[in-house]
Design a protein around this ligand. Sequence first.
Ligand code: ADP
Length: 618
Amino acid sequence: MGTGKRIILFSAVVGLALALIFTAYLLASRKAGEDIRLAGDRQLQIIALDLDSVLERYETLPYSVAYLPLAAQVLATPHDPVLLHELNLTLQDLQQQAKVESIYLMDQDGNTLASSNWDGAISYVGRNFGFRPYFIESIKANGVGGATGHFYAIGNSTNIPGYFISQAVYPLGSKRGAAKPVGVIAVKISLNAFEQAWRSSEEPIALADRHGVVFLSNRAAWQYRSLRLLDQAVQQRLLETLQYADKRIAPISALPKTERAGFGEYLARPIGRLGWQLMLFPNQAKVQRAGVQAALIALLLLVLLAAFCGAYYQRRRRLEEGRAAQLALSHAADELEQKIAQRTLELTLGNERLAAQLDKLRETDNLLRSSQNEMVQTGKLAMLGQMAAGITHELNQPLTAIRAFADNAGVFLARGNSAQASANLQHISDASARMGSIIGQLKGFARKSAETLTVVDVPKAIFAAAALLRSEFERHGVALELRLTEPVSVLGDSIRMEQVLINLLRNAIDAMITIDTSETTETIEVAQPAALKEVMVLLEQDAQWAIIRIIDTGTGLPDQVIAHLFEPFFTTKASGHGLGLGLAISSSIVQAMGGSLTAVNRPLGGAEFVVRIPLYIL
Ligand code: ADP
């Protein structure tokens, strides 16, 4: 949401809240106003009833008294002291019984002839009340009506305010209303008791006359003050009748603030016969207080609502956040699962690929192995071809010699030279022996290796080979040292293993002996005898291999020899001394066992042939 929108929303909410608070204030104050008015009305009604009943109760009192024959007699003979005294006593008795302020009789001029307070500190007797409106009203009765007079005033002689009810008194013997009144009976009632009763009321209560002059109130300061400013004529009249003695009536609003407190709107009811108004001034502060209270409650409720809304919003937001987090989590989990699934698939595929590759590799390996076997065999066949050529060459020479010796022997025999013939036969025998040895060498080569392999005890094979060549070593003065410390086993054919070792040992001997050149027709190289003629056989092993080192102190291996060392029919030896097959055959045997045959020159002279064959591990 944009800031502008937020501000608008915020103002709307605040405006609404203010409107609500104001409405609460209005409603509450109106309600309080109504309540107070109702209560006031009720109170007013009660007071009015009370007041009216009091006023009405005494309404007939002067009426009855006016009927007293004594009153008419006194009016007829006003100077009879006995009658006067009797009337005075009667009025006093009536006054005490009726519990009124006073009862008194005036003649037609308003002079008081008899009174209940005749013997009191202030006696009405002898006083003239002819100016009082109630007297005038009663004395003016014309027989049709108006014989009753009413008035409220501050007592002229007593200074005590009271309500006056008067009644015309007619002459003795004349019918009421048939003659002119000869006097007036008046009853004065005090309303001070009401004033006392109203004191308990919080609200101002006032009783005002028809001019609006308050003459009775529970607010002392309001007494004899007007609700509004009186006009001059009214003021004048009041003074004339001495209704409120000689008081000048000022409006209540002119009072100092503390004294006029509570003056304002009022409830009113008419009372009595004089146009009075009973007024109650409801407490406006109460109304306002109720309004303010309601507004405060509304404010509190709004604050609570806002707090609640805030909390709810927060909670919802937290829930939403939680839900979002959960969603994100489950998304992440899904993603992870997917990734894992994908990765697993990839791995599975990779694995399958690897397995396939491994299978292929195995296949290739098998193929290689079989082809290697084939090749070994094929190599042998190839060698056989070469060998055939070699053998032809090798055998051809002694064969030619044999034929020549045989031809010559025939000639010698024919000549009778038997000694020469016999010598020739010896030569033939030697030559055929040589041919036999050549053929003997070929026998081993032609034999195919056994298919079934056995465990070959390598030290044992070495001992066997050394034992076979013992006489050779001794004859040529070559020392043989065997260092065979460990028991080592390989898989293969022990006979062929021995054959390899014999070949290598014989070559070592050959490399250290002086070849008698006189016996040979072609000598390629003359081996220089080493100062020390020694052959050493070392047997070692590492994690995988059995390693046999055959070390001699012979001529060593020139570069051009090393290059062709393992080729069939490569030899540096004189014809008849070597076919050049030994190393070729040995290498192929070792390879057939899964191993290798290599050769190096020793740093201090001599050659070292190394046979490596895979260890047979139980
Ligand atoms: P032959 O022994 O019949 O010559 P080989 O294949 O056994 O055939 O050997 C080939 C050649 O390798 C030999 O003629 C010789 O020159 C060389 N040779 C073999 N063994 C040794 C050795 N221990 N020291 C020096 N030269 C060697």
